[in-house]
Structures are given as structure tokens and as C-alpha cells.
Design a protein around this ligand. Structure first.
Ligand SMILES: O=C(O)CCC(=O)C(=O)O
Ligand SMILES: [Fe+2]
Length: 390
């Protein structure tokens, strides 16, 4: 992990007129000292919707948190789900600065933050598509900056390019935080995203039918996110009969409206950790990617997330040995992984995911128009450390 946290879809972030800055949320990030995280088993969950709060007859697999039990009242209207009681780590608290700059000015500045080489920068509400439906999330994505003169950019590598920054309006602190995030990112694949979700009665997703974010898995190894106190995240334990492999066939939209979703209530000072596609691939389905979705609530909501990912150039091979040299036990669906002798090129998965999520963005159009996708098959893009001469 980097000194700063968050990056799963690239860094996303909000432009908003209210004084509730997702940038301030990042104050959760680095621990103030070396106090080890604590971890404890957890009490039974309860089944809730936003009107009735009834104990579940058979609590799902549970663990216990150190922090106080969260209130179920934050669950977005219209959803029925078990309230999760997930394993949590307690980090030392750091002060959260509630002063905020003018978010309207920030929004204007962000709208200019688009680059046609990288997928970094501002993503408007309604621009992202999951399983064919517009997401209402508004995102600012931070990826590692590659200047136009960089050899990879000049050679036309997909997803490599400048990380555009908002000019003015954000304030020194916010901009400094973004810069810090960018400095901590090891490569184009690691990302920080800041998301804003509008309240459900004020959606602004270009008038399309939409939702917070549809059911999906994240692409990389793991995602660490901090949410504010509003609430909107749901996760789902894959069922026994499921064999999704998002790097082969889209897992977006899967079981979106089924039973079995678990609501992750906000708990102050606690990060959420979600496993991604490559963790599933590496561990041969032992640690499956976590399907999740986001509902819009009665208030706008902010999330900041760090996406920890393999190198863009990495070709992953599933593990054959576990801890202490134990052979990895085949898991259900393992055959879908074992039949890929060439391994899994992360840059290709990453590019596929962005092209799918942002079909109309200028970055996707340019990539296609210049036929740069074919570069993903070349040895230069599949070998860590190989950098074209600039
Ligand atoms: O809103 C959240 O808590 C999660 C957002 C999310 O799933 C994503 O950015 O990929
Ligand atoms: Fe996600």
C-alpha cells in the first residue's frame, strides 16, 4: 500500500456545492503512530429494511467489530438487506478538518479535468455505465501521472497519460491531498478514487435512468475505502453455485435484485476492505472477489477509496502453494482459472474494464480510433521493467 490510501476504480472524487468534502474524509488515512491494528470476532447481524428492524432468524456468517454497533437507520430507502457486522481493524484516530472550500468552484474546475490518454480525472454523474445502466456516482480518479513526453505515452500504451488536476477552487489542502495520493501511487494501475453520490431525489445523471452503482466486482487485488456517515454500500457473498470470473466474462449486474445483499453501515473511523478480481484469480477462487453495489440515500454521500492493484504490465499466474508450502486446494470454479496457461495480463483486464465502464469517454474513443488496444499483446507491455526509450 501507499502512504495514502485508495484506488479501485481510479481515484474518483466529487464536485459538489455542499460543505462536506470527500477530501476531508481522507484524514482517516494514515495512522498517527505505530499502534497495531486490533481485530475481534463479531456479534450476529440483523435483517433490516429502512422501516422495520427485525432480528434475522438465521444470522449470516458473522464476526465482531470493536466500534459501537452501527445504527440501521442509514440504509437507503427501498432496500431490504442484512446489516453487515464485518471484521474491522481499529486504527488510531487523526483529527478530521471540517473546513471546506467552495465546492461549486471545484465542480467547475473538475469539469475541465479530462484527458484523452488516461482515464484519470473527473467522471461526471451518469458517465459511468455498469451492466448497461448509468451510474449516478460522480468521481475524481487519481492515477500515476505520465507526462506527454514519457516513453510509454509516446508509444501509445493504453491508459497511460497525464493525471489532470483542477485549477483553483479546490484549495491548497485538497490539491495537496490529491498530489500526495498521486505521489504514493506506484504505477498506472494503482488508483485513488473519490466518489460523490447524489441524494436519490436529486439525481443529475444526464436524465438517464440510473442508480448509485450497479452490482460489480472491482478489478485489482483489494480496495480500501472510507465512507462518510450517510450509507449506501451493499455486498454479497457469492453463492455455492456461482462461478463468475470477471476477467473472462463481465460480472457486472449479476444478481443485482436478488435476495442476500448485506448492507455495510458506516462506522466512524473504520475502512471497508473489498477483494478484487485478481485476488480471486491468484488464489484460485479461495478468496473470491466481493460483488457489491451502491444505493442512493436521502442525503448526498462521499467515499474515498484506494485501489491496490498489480502492475499494469504484470502477467499473473495462480498460486500453486499456500502458507508454509501447502498446496493450494482446488476451489469451486478452479478449472476456469487452471485452463489459462498464458496467465492473466493485468493491463488487458484493466483496459477492458475502463473501456466497458466509460464507453463514451474521449479516452476510449481515442484508444479505439488509434487501434492501440493491440499493443496490449506485445512483449513490452507484458514485461515488468520494460520501458520504451523516450
Ligand atoms: O460507494 C462505495 O462505498 C463503493 C464504491 C465502489 O464500489 C467503487 O468505487 O468501485
Ligand atoms: Fe466497486
Amino acid at each position: 500500500m501507499t502512504p495514502f490510501l485508495r484506488a479501485a476504480r481510479p481515484l474518483r472524487r466529487a464536485a459538489t456545492a455542499r460543505c462536506k468534502s470527500p477530501l476531508n474524509t481522507a484524514a482517516h488515512a494514515p495512522p498517527a503512530d505505530n499502534t497495531p491494528p486490533t481485530f475481534s470476532p463479531k456479534p450476529p447481524s440483523q435483517q433490516h429494511d429502512n422501516k422495520q428492524h427485525q432480528p434475522s432468524p438465521s444470522p449470516p456468517n458473522t464476526f465482531t467489530t470493536t466500534p459501537p454497533a452501527p445504527s440501521p437507520s442509514t440504509i437507503p430507502p427501498g432496500f431490504t438487506a442484512t446489516i453487515a457486522s464485518l471484521p474491522t481493524f481499529t486504527l488510531p484516530s487523526t483529527p478530521i478538518d471540517r473546513n471546506c472550500p467552495s465546492h461549486l468552484a471545484l465542480g467547475r474546475a473538475l469539469a475541465a479535468c479530462v484527458d484523452d490518454r488516461s482515464y484519470a480525472g473527473y467522471i461526471a454523474s451518469g458517465e459511468e455505465v455498469t451492466a448497461g445502466v448509468a451510474d449516478y456516482s460522480e468521481v475524481f480518479t487519481v492515477t500515476k501521472e505520465f507526462e506527454r513526453g514519457n516513453g510509454k505515452v509516446k508509444a501509445g500504451w493504453p491508459c497511460h497519460g497525464p493525471c489532470p488536476w483542477p485549477e483553483g477552487g479546490m484549495g491548497r489542502r485538497g490539491e495537496g491531498l490529491l498530489r500526495l495520493a498521486e505521489m504514493g501511487l506506484g504505477g498506472v494501475a494503482n488508483m485513488v478514487g473519490m466518489d460523490r453520490f447524489p441524494p436519490r431525489n436529486m439525481t443529475n445523471g444526464k436524465g438517464k435512468e440510473g442508480r448509485g452503482i450497479g452490482s460489480h466486482t472491482d478489478y485489482g487485488l483489494l480496495v480500501i475505502s472510507a465512507q462518510d456517515d450517510v450509507g449506501g454500500l451493499f455486498i454479497r457473498r457469492p453463492s455455492q453455485d456461482e462461478q463468475f470470473a470477471n476477467w473472462k466474462e463481465s460480472a457486472a449486474g449479476l444478481r443485482e435484485d436478488d435476495e442476500g445483499w448485506v448492507y455495510v453501515p458506516p462506522v466512524e473511523g473504520v475502512f471497508t476492505v473489498i477483494l478484487g478480481d485478481m485476488m480471486q484469480y491468484l488464489t484460485r477462487n479461495y478468496l473470491s472477489a466481493t460483488p457489491h453495489k451502491v444505493g442512493l440515500n436521502t442525503r448526498e454521500r462521499f467515499v474515498i477509496a484506494y485501489f491496490h492493484e498489480p502492475s499494469f504490465q504484470a502477467v499473473l499466474k495462480p498460486l500453486t502453494e499456500g502458507c508454509g508450502g501447502q498446496p493450494v486446494q482446488p476451489q469451486q470454479g478452479d478449472e476456469t482459472i487452471a485452463d489459462e496457461p498464458a496467465g492473466n495480463h493485468y493491463g488487458t483486464h484493466f483496459t477492458n474494464m475502463f473501456m466497458r465502464a466509460y464507453p463514451d469517454r474521449i479516452t476510449t474513443r481515442r484508444l479505439v480510433a488509434e487501434d492501440r488496444y493491440r499493443l496490449l499483446a506485445t512483449p513490452e507491455l507484458r514485461s515488468i521493467g520494460a520501458v520504451p526509450v523516450s
